[in-house]
Design a protein around this ligand. Structure first.
Ligand code: HEC
Ligand code: HEC
Length: 223
C-alpha cells in the first residue's frame, strides 16, 4: 500500500516537472521532440505518452483498466474524456484520487490526453453477470431510452460516453453517484437516475457491462 502510494506520488511529481512551467515548457518539449531525429521512436504530441504513464498506475496500461474500481478510459470517446478531465480539474466532478492528478496538469494537456486515450483499444473484459439481472437491466434501459443519447450498441459519441463493456462496479457506483448528486456534473443524468431504484441501477450496470465490445471506427487502425 505504501509502495503504491509513493509510486503515485512519484507520478504526480513527474507530472509537475513535465507540466510545471506550463505552455512554454510544453512548447519547448514539443519543439525538441520534433527537431531531434534520434527521438523518432517517441510519440508525437509533445511527450503526452510520458504524461499518460501516471494514469496507467490506476487506469491500467493505455487505459485498459482491469481493476473494476477504475473505469476503462482507453477507447472512450475523446470529447467525453476531455470534459471529465476539465470537470475534475475545476472541481465540478469530485474524486479524491483524480483531483490531485488533475491539479498537477496544465489545461493545455487535457485535450492531448483525451485524444491519446481515445485512440487506444477498448479492452475485452470478462465479466460475471446474473442473466436475470441483465434482463431486468435491459428492460430498464429500454424504458429509460438510454440509447437515444448513448446510441446503438452503447458506444456513445463525442461528449456522450461509451457504456458498453465498462466495468460493472464502476458503472453501478457512478450511476448511484449521479442519483445522490455525489457526481453532479450532468444534471440530465442525475434527473434520469432519480427515477430508478438502486436495484434497477444494479440491473442497468449488469446489462451495460455485459454488452459485447464493438470497435469504434476511429480506433480500428490504431495498433
Ligand atoms: C490514483 C489513481 C488514479 C490515477 C493515477 C488516475 N486516475 Fe483517473 N480515475 C480514478 C478514479 C478512482 C476514477 C473514478 C472516479 C469516480 O468514481 O467518479 C477516475 C476517473 C477518471 C475519468 C472518468 C472516466 C469516466 O468514464 O467518467 C477519466 C477521464 C480519468 N480518470 C482520466 C485519468 C487520466 C487522464 C489520468 C492521468 C493523467 C488519470 N485518470 C489518473 C483514479 C485515478
Ligand atoms: C439526454 C441524453 C442522455 C440519456 C437519455 C441518457 N444519458 Fe447517460 N449520459 C449522458 C451524458 C451527456 C453523459 C456524460 C455526463 C458527463 O459529462 O459527466 C452521460 C453519462 C452516463 C454514465 C457515466 C459513464 C461514465 O463513464 O462515467 C452512465 C453510466 C450513463 N450515462 C448511463 C445512462 C443510462 C443507464 C441511461 C438510461 C437509463 C442514460 N445514461 C440515458 C446523456 C444521456
Amino acid at each position: 500500500m505504501s509502495h503504491r502510494r509513493s509510486s503515485i506520488a512519484a507520478g504526480i511529481f513527474a507530472l509537475a516537472v513535465l507540466g510545471g512551467a506550463g505552455a512554454g515548457a510544453a512548447a519547448a518539449e514539443q519543439a525538441a521532440t520534433g527537431a531531434a531525429p534520434e527521438t523518432a521512436g517517441a510519440t508525437p504530441g509533445g511527450g503526452i505518452e510520458a504524461k499518460a504513464q501516471v494514469c496507467f498506475t490506476c487506469h491500467g496500461p493505455k487505459g485498459a483498466s482491469t481493476n473494476e474500481k477504475y473505469p476503462v478510459i482507453g477507447g472512450q470517446q475523446q470529447y467525453y474524456l476531455y470534459l471529465q478531465l476539465k470537470d475534475f480539474k475545476a472541481g465540478r466532478r469530485e474524486n479524491a484520487e483524480m483531483q490531485p492528478i488533475m491539479a498537477a496538469l496544465a489545461t493545455e494537456d487535457l485535450m492531448p490526453l483525451a485524444e491519446y486515450f481515445s485512440q487506444q483499444r477498448w479492452p475485452s473484459l470478462s465479466v460475471r453477470v446474473d442473466p436475470a439481472k441483465v434482463q431486468a437491466g435491459e428492460a430498464s434501459a429500454n424504458a429509460g431510452e438510454c440509447s437515444q443519447c448513448h446510441l446503438g450498441g452503447y458506444n456513445g459519441a463525442s461528449s456522450v460516453p461509451r457504456l458498453a463493456g465498462q466495468h460493472l462496479a464502476y458503472l453501478q457506483k457512478t450511476m448511484l453517484d449521479f442519483k445522490s448528486k455525489a457526481r453532479n456534473n450532468q444534471p440530465a443524468m442525475s434527473a434520469l437516475m432519480a427515477v430508478f431504484s438502486d436495484e434497477d441501477i444494479a440491473g442497468l450496470a449488469q446489462y451495460l457491462a455485459s454488452l459485447t465490445v464493438q470497435e469504434q471506427p476511429g480506433a480500428v487502425e490504431i495498433q
